[in-house]
Design a protein around this ligand. Structure first.
Ligand SMILES: Cc1cc2nc3c(=O)[nH]c(=O)nc-3n(C[C@H](O)[C@H](O)[C@H](O)COP(=O)(O)OP(=O)(O)OC[C@H]3O[C@@H](n4cnc5c(N)ncnc54)[C@H](O)[C@@H]3O)c2cc1C
Length: 713
C-alpha cells in the first residue's frame, strides 16, 4: 500500500494533520492502534447499577481558543469542520475552592482582571500591567494560528523563565499566585518549575480564546475528524498498531503494523510519543537523537476517578462545571503528586452535565482528577496494582464526597484511570499527558522540534512545539501538514535555479518598516555557502545593505544558512524560528536580533519592482517556445509595467520603451499582485473574485504560472 503521507497515531495532532493533508489532495493514511480514533481525545461508556449507560470523556475539561477568530476556532475553520460540531461555551462556570470558599473565575479576561483587582486592591496597577501584557501576547498568538507567521515577539522574553519568576516581575504575593496559577494542573508543573511561555499561552488562550466544550465530548470531535478525512478520500486504519518503522539511510521507507501490513509512503508523520516510535527503528543515524531524548524530562500523568450519577449536578445545587480544589499551595501539591500522596494533592472536579447536558441524558458524569506519576503505580495486572487502585479510588471518592456530599446516594458506576491506563491506551511513556515536561529548559524555542534524523519524517503532537493540550496538538498537526505541503509545492516547481540572494535581500529591504526600528542600531552578517558575506545595517530608522567596499567594524549577529533556507524563510515556507530549531540556521551573537527581524521587516507588501524582478527570475524558457506576448500591468498610483516574453526570454521593458502593441492588460491592486506572487491566491481565483481585470487575451494571463514556474528544488 503506497501513500503520499502516512501518519502514525490518530490523536488530535494526527487527525488534524491527516485532515489538512487529505483536504489538500494528498493521498493520506492515518494508522491507529486503538479501535477508536482520538488518543486521549476519546470517550468510553460503562453500564450503571440502574441499567443506564454512562459516557465519559477521557480527557477534555475545557477547550481553549474557540471564540470567533481565535486560535483553535481559526484552525478548525480552516479544516471546514466548524459546522459539524457543537461548541458549548462555558460562561463563568469555573471556580477555585480554597479554605472552604469558592473563588469564581470569570471566563472573560477583563472580568478576571477586575475580579483580581478587587480581590487585591493594593496590587491593582501591577495586575493591570500583567494583563495588558497577556492581551498583547495573545494577539500575537492569533496571528501565528492564521498565517503561521514568525515567532511571537514575546517568546524570547518568556521562554527561559518560570511562571513564578515571570509573575514576580509584576506581583510578589502568594495568594495572587494561587489565583493566577490555578490552571497549572493543565500543564503539569507548579509555578516555580513551569515554563512561563507555555503557561501564558494556556491561560490567555482560555481567558481570551474562551473556555468551551465540544458537544458529545472530545470523542465526538475525533469522530468528526475521522469522518472528514474519509470524506476527503483519506484513510484511517484503526486497530493498526505500527510495530516497526523501516528505514534506508536517512529515509523512512515504510511502516509495518501488528497485523503484518506494510504501508509505504513518500512522507511520514509520527504523531505519537517519540520515545515509543524511535524504539521501533533500527538505524544507527538515530543514536544522537535517542541519546538526547534520554536527557529530557517527561510531563506528568493523571489519575482520574470517573463517576456516573443518576441526576444532574445542577439538581444537586452545584453551580460550577469545573472546580479547582486547592487543598494546599501549588508547590506542595506537586510534591504530594510526585510522592503519590493523592489524599493531600490538589484536585480538579468536573461536572460534565454543566458542559453538555446531552452527554448523559439520564444523569451526569463527574470526574475527580489529580496530577500523578506512573512510578507511583505497580505493574498493571498485579495484586499490588489492584490494591492501589482500590485505595486511590477510596481516597478520591472520600475527597469528592467531603466537598459535595449530596452526590453520595446517586452514584451508579465508578471507574479509576491511572497513569498506567493512559500509557496502555496511547503508548505515551509513563502515561505522560503533555509530552515532554513544560519545564524552564524545555519550553519555547528550546522545545523538541518537528525534525527527526530522517529527511522525510517529522514529529508532531504534544511532544513537539509548542506542546500538549488540545490546542497545542491541533496546532502541531496544522504546522506538520503545512510543512509537507510546502515541501511538495517546491517539488512541483522543481528547478535548480533559486531566486538570487540579491533579489531576496532587496526584497527584505523593501519590507523594512522604520516605525519599528526606532533607536535600533544593529549590523547583521549573512553567510551563505559560496557567497561573500553580506552585511545588513539597521541604523537611524534606515535599513541598507553595505556595499562590498564597506566592511563594518562591529557585527552584532551573524546568521549562517544555505541559500535554500533563506529562500524558504523569505517565502514563508518555514519560519525563522522553525529553521533555527531544526538547525538550518546558525545564529552567533545576539539571538534576539534574529528574532526581531520579522518586526523590522514587517511591511506587508514587497514593492512591485521586487515582485516583478522575482517573477522574471522564475522565468522558464523551456515553456516559452514560440511565445510572443506583451503584458501590461496596471497598478494604482504606479506607471504601467510592460513585460515582454519573446524569443524564449522574459524582460521588463525600460520606462523609455513603450510597446506598440499590448496583448493582455491586467489591472489589479498591489496587494492582489503580491498575493498571487506569493501563492496566497491563484490568478484564476483572483479573476473569479473580481480582483483582477483582464483585457485582451485571457489565455495569456492563464499562461503566467507555466511561463514563470522555475523555483527551488
Ligand atoms: C485526563 C486528561 C485531561 C486533559 N484535559 C485537557 C483539557 O481539558 N484541555 C486540553 O486542552 N487538554 C487536555 N488534556 C491534554 C490533551 O488531551 C492532550 O495533550 C492531547 O489530546 C494530545 O494529543 P496528541 O495527538 O498529541 O497525542 P495522543 O492523544 O497521545 O495521541 C497519540 C495517538 O497515537 C496512537 N499511537 C501510539 N503509538 C502508536 C503506534 N505504534 N501505532 C499506531 N498508533 C499509535 C495512540 O493510540 C494515540 O491515539 C488532557 C489529557 C488528559 C489525559
Amino acid at each position: 500500500m503506497k501513500y503520499d503521507v502516512i501518519i502514525v497515531g490518530a490523536g488530535m495532532a494526527g487527525l488534524t494533520a491527516g485532515l489538512k493533508l487529505a483536504k489538500s489532495g494528498k493521498k493520506v493514511a492515518v494508522l491507529e492502534k486503538h479501535f477508536i480514533p482520538g488518543g486521549y481525545a476519546t470517550n468510553f461508556s460503562r453500564k450503571g447499577k440502574d441499567g443506564n449507560i454512562y459516557t465519559f470523556d477521557c480527557s477534555l475539561h475545557s477547550l481553549s481558543g474557540m471564540n470567533d477568530n481565535c486560535t483553535v476556532y481559526n484552525m478548525l475553520n480552516n479544516l471546514d469542520i466548524l459546522d459539524k460540531i457543537t461548541i458549548n461555551k462555558k460562561e463563568n462556570s469555573t471556580s477555585i475552592l480554597r479554605n472552604g470558599k469558592f473563588f469564581p473565575i470569570p471566563s472573560d479576561i477583563n472580568e478576571f482582571e477586575s475580579t483580581l483587582c478587587k480581590r487585591y486592591p493594593h496590587l491593582a496597577d501591577n495586575i493591570k500591567s500583567l494583563f495588558e501584557f497577556m492581551k498583547n501576547f495573545y494577539e500575537n498568538m492569533k496571528l501565528l494560528s492564521v498565517n503561521h507567521e514568525e515567532a511571537p515577539k514575546y517568546l524570547l522574553d518568556l521562554e527561559s523563565i518560570s511562571v513564578e519568576d515571570f509573575v514576580k516581575r509584576y506581583i510578589d504575593d502568594e495568594n495572587f499566585m494561587l489565583d493566577f496559577g490555578y490552571l497549572w494542573g493543565y500543564d503539569g508543573l507548579p509555578p516555580s518549575k513551569l515554563n512561563a511561555f507555555y503557561y501564558i499561552v494556556t491561560l490567555s488562550s482560555y481567558l481570551i480564546g474562551g473556555h468551551s466544550y465540544i458537544g458529545g465530548g472530545s470523542g465526538q470531535l475525533s469522530k468528526v475528524m475521522q469522518e472528514c478525512i474519509q470524506e476527503n478520500d483519506g484513510k484511517v486504519y484503526l486497530l493498526s498498531e505500527v510495530i516497526k518503522v523501516n528505514t534506508e539511510n536517512d529515509k523512512v521507507i515504510s511502516v509495518t503494523t501488528k497485523k503484518g501490513d506494510v504501508f509505504e509512503a513518500d512522507e511520514f508523520i509520527f504523531a505519537c510519543d517519540p520515545n515509543h516510535i524511535f524504539s521501533l527503528i533500527d538505524n544507527p543515524i538515530i543514536s544522537d537523537y535517542v541519546k538526547n531524548m534520554k536527557t529530557l524530562e517527561k510531563s506528568s500523568s493523571m489519575t482520574q476517578l470517573f463517576l456516573g450519577i443518576d441526576c444532574s449536578s445542577k439538581d444537586l445545587g452545584i453551580k460550577y462545571s469545573n472546580v479547582y480544589y486547592q487543598k494546599v499551595d501549588l508547590e506542595t501539591s506537586h510534591k504530594c503528586s510526585l510522592e503519590g500522596n493523592l489524599e493531600d494533592a490538589n484536585s480538579n472536579v468536573a461536572f460534565y452535565d454543566q458542559m453538555d447536558p446531552n452527554l448523559n441524558k439520564h444523569g451526569a458524569s463527574v470526574h475527580i482528577t489529580a496530577i500523578d506519576y506512573s512510578k507511583n503505580w505497580p505493574e498493571r495486572g498485579t495484586d499490588e496494582y489492584k490494591r492501589r487502585k482500590e485505595e486511590i479510588t477510596e481516597i478520591l471518592l472520600n475527597k469528592l464526597l467531603k466537598l459535595f456530599p449530596q452526590i453520595k446516594d446517586h452514584i451508579q458506576v465508578m471507574e479509576l484511570g491511572t497513569p498506567r491506563t493512559m500509557a496502555r491506551y496511547t503508548n505515551n511513556s509513563d502515561g505522560a499527558i503533555y509530552g515532554w515536561a513544560q519545564n524552564i529548559k524545555q519550553g519555547g524555542l528550546n522545545r523538541s522540534s518537528f525534525k527527526t534524523p530522517f529527511k522525510n519524517a517529522i514529529m508532531i503532537g504534544s511532544w513537539s512545539f509548542p506542546g500538549g493540550g488540545f490546542e497545542g496538538a491541533i496546532f502541531t498537526g496544522m504546522i506538520g501538514a503545512n510543512r509537507i505541503l510546502s515541501k511538495s509545492k517546491n517539488k512541483l516547481n522543481s528547478s535548480n535555479e533559486l531566486i538570487t540572494i540579491n533579489v531576496l535581500m532587496n526584497g527584505l529591504i523593501s519590507k523594512f518598516n522604520p516605525e519599528n526600528a526606532e533607536g535600533i542600531n544593529i549590523t547583521y552578517k549573512f553567510l551563505f555557502n559560496g557567497y561573500d558575506p553580506i552585511y545588513l545595517e539597521i541604523k537611524d530608522k534606515t535599513a541598507r545593505l553595505l556595499p562590498e567596499s564597506e566592511t563594518p567594524e562591529k557585527v552584532d549577529t551573524t546568521l549562517t544558512m544555505s541559500h535554500e533556507t533563506w529562500y524558504k524563510i523569505a517565502f514563508n515556507e518555514i519560519t525563522g524560528q522553525d529553521a533555527l530549531m531544526d538547525g538550518l540556521v546558525k545564529c552567533e551573537g545576539n539571538l534576539r536580533n534574529f528574532a526581531s527581524m520579522p518586526k523590522f521587516f514587517d511591511k506587508n507588501l514587497i514593492s512591485i519592482d521586487t515582485i516583478m524582478t522575482g517573477l522574471i527570475s522564475k522565468f522558464n524558457p523551456e515553456n516559452a517556445e514560440g511565445v510572443d506576448i506583451i503584458y501590461k500591468f496596471v497598478f494604482e498610483n504606479y506607471d504601467p509595467v510592460y513585460l515582454e516574453v519573446k524569443n524564449q526570454t522574459a524582460r521588463l521593458l525600460p520606462k523609455s520603451e513603450t510597446p506598440e502593441k499590448v496583448d493582455t492588460t491586467l489591472t489589479m491592486s498591489h496587494e492582489t499582485w503580491y498575493k498571487i506572487a506569493f501563492n496566497e491566491i491563484t490568478g484564476q481565483d483572483a479573476l473569479m473574485n473580481g480582483l483582477v481585470e483582464c483585457e485582451g487575451n485571457l489565455r495569456n494571463f492563464a499562461s503566467i504560472p507555466k511561463l514563470f514556474n522555475k523555483s527551488l528544488n
